[in-house]
Design a protein around this ligand. Structure first.
Ligand code: DC
Length: 211
């Protein structure tokens, strides 16, 4: 079974995807980490994430380690959002993601274009949303928990800018697939969000089996 989980920054899609992977004993890929790794590599090389040439070179040379905690930083997120707008960067990362999705037994992938581009035939597709204010508050709490001194307003501003960039770009913009099920987590706890996601996948799974 392939499960596609898409949605905007800090919507809870990563947490939900991880929980679904555990529940169904499937491998999980957080595809945002690929773009974050490319973005960080550009920054570390002193390049400009907005430059297609700098971003493409970093994508081509991408080392596979995706467990660097630095990839979770706001700087990496911002750089990721910039490099991910370049079609050539997306093309370089496409095969790796499609290969992960196509492994025997299936997989859970989360990102922006899983249901639309990477795995259009996924058995279940979720589009996880939450209000910008709620997402900013969650991300702010997370950053403060990491000991960072950040202001809620700045986080909200960043989230809105990222939404705009991820949705407005021409290459694989953030868009809900026609056959995805929307899950708004604004008023849900993590446990409630996960339970709702499992219920959606279970429902879709039955539907797919009966097709
Ligand atoms: O999910 P995230 O915050 O880790 O993603 C970081 C950036 O990477 C996001 O702003 C847009 C980009 N991204 C993408 O374009 N396509 C994906 N499948 C995943 C992430």
């Amino acid at each position: 079974m392939i499960i596609a989980v898409d949605g905007p920054a800090a919507s809870g899609k990563g947490t939900i995807a991880k929980a679904l992977a555990r529940h169904y004993a499937l491998p999980h890929l957080d595809t945002g980490l690929l773009y974050r790794a490319v973005g960080m590599a550009v920054l570390e090389a002193g390049g400009d994430p907005a430059s297609p040439e700098d971003a493409l070179e970093a994508a081509r040379q991408l080392a596979s380690a995706l467990d660097d905690p630095g990839l979770k930083s706001e700087a990496a997120g911002r750089a990721a959002s910039l490099v991910s707008a370049h079609p050539a960067v997306r093309a370089v990362l496409l095969d790796r993601q499609k290969h992960f999705a196509g492994q025997p037994g299936g997989a859970v992938l989360d990102g922006r274009d899983i249901g639309t581009v990477i795995a259009p035939h996924a058995d279940a597709k979720l589009f996880v949303t939450a209000s910008a204010e709620t997402r900013a508050a969650r991300r702010h709490a997370e950053l403060v928990g990491m000991g960072l001194d950040v202001h809620l307003d700045a986080v909200l501003h960043d989230i809105r800018a990222r939404d705009e960039r991820d949705s407005a770009r021409s290459a694989a913009p953030l868009r809900m697939a026609d056959d995805a099920v929307a899950l708004d987590t604004t008023d849900l706890t993590i446990e409630q969000s996960v339970a709702a996601a499992i219920a959606i996948v279970a429902g879709r799974g039955r539907h797919a089996a009966n097709d």
